[in-house]
Design a protein around this ligand. Sequence first.
Ligand SMILES: Nc1ncnc2c1ncn2[C@@H]1O[C@H](COP(=O)(O)OP(=O)(O)O)[C@@H](O)[C@H]1O
Ligand SMILES: CC(=O)OP(=O)(O)O
Ligand SMILES: [Mg+2]
Length: 409
Amino acid sequence: MAKTVLVINSGSSSIKYQLVDLESGEGLASGLVEKIGEPVKGIYTHKYNGEKHQFEDEIIKDHEQGLKRVLAFFDEYGPNLKEYDLVAVGHRVVQGGSVFPTPALVTPENIAKVKELAVLAPLHNGPEAVGAEVMTRLLPDVPQGFVFDSSFFFQLPEASATYALNKEVADKYQVRRYGAHGTSHEFIGQVAPEVAGKDPEGLKQIVLHIGNGASVSAQISGKPVETSMGLTPLEGLMMGSRTGDIDPAVVFHLIRNAGMNVDELDALFNKKSGLMGMTGHGDMREVLGLRDAGDENAKLAIDVYVHRIVGYIGNYTAQMGGLDVITFTAGVGENSDPIRALVCEKLAPFGVKIDAEKNATRSSEPRIISTPDSSVTVCVIPTNEELAIAQKVAKIAAEGDAYGNTFAA
Ligand SMILES: Nc1ncnc2c1ncn2[C@@H]1O[C@H](COP(=O)(O)OP(=O)(O)O)[C@@H](O)[C@H]1O
Ligand SMILES: CC(=O)OP(=O)(O)O
Ligand SMILES: [Mg+2]
């Protein structure tokens, strides 16, 4: 029987899931539950065996209702979980703070700690803890584990992890840069040397994880030396609906002059800004379409988006004292050749050259898109956070976690 892990990525109003075959690394089945907790019909999409089953037939009041139905889909449309050796359920958690430098088994204590850390990742940690609670109730005999986005960046150099904030306040309220998307940055950092045909030892890489959430990391020999997300996943690049970097005085200004409160500002910066806030569309495909149709707001939004990415590449190249490989990954990075071209064009004065044909070729294979004489090897590599999570969780399910927990059904 093939060994599998069910990986769950719970968002505030959505759940993504994938059943991962540990030996082949393939996703055997996957799906998405959308519009949880909203006063409209929820949307379920379950994909298996080349078939897509989609339903929009009930209001989904909470994650429990959504996940129960997902388990029923496995019975009804396959694959039958009883025919696979389900060795674990893995839960993605964005913020592990200083508490979780490595993956952890799901226990009542660890669920409580993940919930406490929600103050540092308000959009993510709450729903992720709930997802783990619900799945533990639904599948009590299967070990479950948390894998944290922040763990990879636990080893960031102090100069990169520290804000120039009053030390007493920073220490008391755990204000530092934790980073996010670490599972993806670590995964790509390990795969890229092979794709680029370079020795990982001493290799200076920049990984651009640009999806709906977007972040950059700089890595030397696969160890993180910089990343753009900070205390929360709001800092750094411009994103689908988040501002990224902004002068914190904008907060004071809007409190004093627009009468906004904290929750309104949180929603403004996290949900109503970025591509969405500048153009009315959070999806890069639509923004590119609008730009091509002559929309000035869309043009400016893309200019800002690219400007930020190029700025980070310059900054991180200087911090590392050089650069060997740039890798584009996640929704925009993997699929959008116009964005890749715009970024690389700005790097042309530094000898970065991409092959226009290779860049425009659509493929889900990891590949090099730069020319042989480019000063930096530019790659496109699909990220696979689910596989990385599955492998990490299978390990702690079998061996116990680094905090002394072992699984007892
Ligand atoms: N062909 C494409 N061109 C441009 N952008 C794309 C394309 N395909 C997907 N995207 C972008 O990728 C985003 C989703 O990226 P993804 O990494 O799946 O995000 P997340 O995991 O944060 O939900 C979409 O919002 C869309 O903007
Ligand atoms: C941390 C983060 O931004 O995650 P996502 O890209 O899934 O929103
Ligand atoms: Mg993502």
